[in-house]
Design a protein around this ligand. Structure first.
Ligand SMILES: Cc1ncc(COP(=O)(O)O)c(C=O)c1O
Length: 430
């Protein structure tokens, strides 16, 4: 096991210091939080205050709504961008607008935040879960075996900001004439072979929730080049003025414009004002994250009991988070819980074990959705154990934020030193 720096974790006389969990001094002695996101800049404050004075409800595509949608259209080179009040409702809009219904099947990742898949339950379509590969993303080699004559679409999530194998997945979607959807909620600005993720799918969706790379507080956006899908998404949640403004009167569904489908999924203008300003920092934040991620990656790779995030050299992750793995078999079978608790005791407040983001077959909703969605009674029976790779990925995961400033190096080094201390002093955990 390689060391990072012996000096700081030895007490006078060269003896290894005791682990903090056993009463020793902790390594990270800086007051939390050790990571702040979103960064509410003065420009963001001014943007919100200015919007507050202009309007706090916008009925059509104008003002801050138009401004932010135009930013997304330009950045992603898409014909249409539609803001919504969350990533979840953007996903819901995508599925409804694509016309999914009972009798359809949709290929979905098992390992994702559940909201990638749960809106499907409102359509009647069946989510067909597919295991991940060692990157945590849907395994392209396992997709074809799940395709039937009922399959209508494939949805992928670029987990933790690491792009999926889009070339292979796109090829399968084309060959079987399936719609391709991307949940890029973790992956604003991530690239696959120099192409931004979110530009491969017939529709792509981004969450703009506070932790995301373009934070609105709460919000989402749907991107597409497909006119019909865009109009239907408008009708779902943006009734009256916006539908009348944008849907041509000759379009057959125009007559529904006043009511749409009856829902209201608009983003709040103050949230749009936050995201619009934050968008301007995206490339800078990505550069900073990539630099720090490279450093963390190199250091983590030196530990035999840790496995760094897996991705190909033609991928540029967004580094929404740094998810790596603890391999207990390489550290005398010390369970991950103990390893994690020891690191927390060393002061690694920002270290996390993902919880609600887990293989979706862990959730009761995927084991027995019929109690909440009656049309699914008896139709879906996923259970723990169904997806070994995703389950192992999850059970061994540890998550760090990816700091984006050069000045964050100090805290990063302390976290790395805490990892080193715990791995070196493993005997105290046996
Ligand atoms: C991958 C993924 N998809 C969808 C969502 C849902 O987004 P929102 O929280 O904006 O509804 C999230 C939220 O964390 C997510 O991580």
């Amino acid at each position: 096991m390689l060391c990072i720096s012996k000096g700081d974790i030895r007490e006078k006389g060269g003896k290894m210091s005791k682990l903090a969990i056993k009463g020793g001094n902790k390594i990270v002695n800086i007051k939390p939080p050790h990571y702040r996101w979103p960064v509410i800049t003065q420009a963001t404050e001014e943007s919100v205050l200015s919007q507050l004075k202009k309007s706090i409800s916008i009925y059509n595509r104008s003002g801050i709504i138009e401004e932010l949608e135009e930013k997304f259209k330009k950045y992603y080179n898409r014909k249409y961008a539609l803001l919504t009040n969350s990533g979840t409702t953007a996903l819901y809009s995508m599925y409804i607008a694509a016309g999914l219904k009972e009798g359809n099947e949709v290929i979905c990742p098992t390992y994702t935040f559940f909201a990638t898949v749960t809106p499907l339950f409102f359509t009647g379509a069946i989510p067909i879960l597919v295991d991940c590969d060692e990157s945590g993303n849907i395994n392209p080699n396992k997709i074809e075996e799940k395709i039937t004559e009922k399959t209508k679409a494939i949805v992928v999530t670029h987990m933790w900001g690491i792009p999926c194998e889009m070339e292979e997945i796109e090829k399968i979607a084309r060959e079987y004439n399936l719609l391709l959807f991307e949940d890029a909620s973790h992956a604003h600005g991530a690239k696959y072979k120099d192409r931004k993720v979110g530009t491969f799918g017939d529709v792509s969706v981004f969450s703009l929730q506070a932790q995301k790379l373009i934070p609105a507080g709460e919000g989402g956006v749907l991107l597409t080049n497909n006119e019909e899908i865009y109009y239907r998404a408008l009708l779902l949640g943006h009734y009256n003025k916006r539908c009348k403004q944008e849907i041509p009167s000759a379009y057959e569904l125009y007559r529904y414009s006043t009511t749409g489908m009856g829902l209201k999924l608009r983003i709040h203008p103050l949230a749009a004002a936050i995201a619009s300003k934050q968008f301007e920092n995206l490339e800078k934040v990505l550069r900073g994250k990539r630099k720090n991620a490279k450093y963390i990656l190199e250091k983590i790779s030196e530990f035999t009991c840790l496995r760094p995030p897996q991705f190909k050299d033609y991928m540029e992750p967004s580094w929404y988070a740094f998810v790596f793995h603890y391999l207990s078999e390489k550290l005398y079978n010390i369970p991950i819980d103990k390893f994690y608790e020891a690191l927390k005791a060393e002061g690694c407040e920002e270290l996390d074990r993902p919880n609600s983001t887990c293989p979706v077959n862990y959730h009761p909703l995927f084991q027995n959705p019929g109690e909440l969605f009656t049309q699914y009674k008896g139709k879906i029976k996923y259970k723990r154990g169904d997806f070994p790779t995703a389950e192992k990925f999850h059970e061994t995961s540890l998550k760090l934020p990816v700091w984006h400033e050069d000045s964050d190096k100090e805290i990063i080094d302390l976290y790395l030193r805490a990892l080193e201390k715990v791995t070196q002093n493993y005997k105290e955990l046996i």
